[in-house]
Design a protein. Structure first.
Length: 93
């Protein structure tokens, strides 16, 4: 989640108050939310963590594949070529 630092007025309840630095978290976009759901699922799911004999993820989890497709549909690639490319090791549809 993106964030930035702003200087804001803090009412201290007594005295003149103070200007303080605060971390402001920007609202999550739909693709960021979809990506977060995919990562949260994959890190907690036993099926997603299964490895084949070579140590590669088996990518057999249907829930992860569905979450991945949702994320890919929402994600806005920088180029049209990137939209068709599937990163190595990612689940195939
Ligand atoms: Zn899973």
């Amino acid at each position: 989640m993106a964030s930035h630092i702003e200087r804001r007025w803090l009412d201290t309840g007594s005295g003149p108050g103070a200007m303080v630095d605060v971390i402001v978290y920007d609202a999550e976009s739909p693709d960021q939310a979809a990506y977060r759901r995919l990562i949260a699922h994959s890190s907690a799911c036993q099926t997603c963590r299964q490895l084949d004999e070579n140590g590669w993820a088996t990518s057999t989890c249907e829930t992860a594949q569905r979450l991945y497709r949702v994320w890919r549909r929402l994600w806005r690639p920088l180029t049209a070529a990137a939209a068709t490319a599937s990163p190595e090791g990612s689940p195939t549809t």
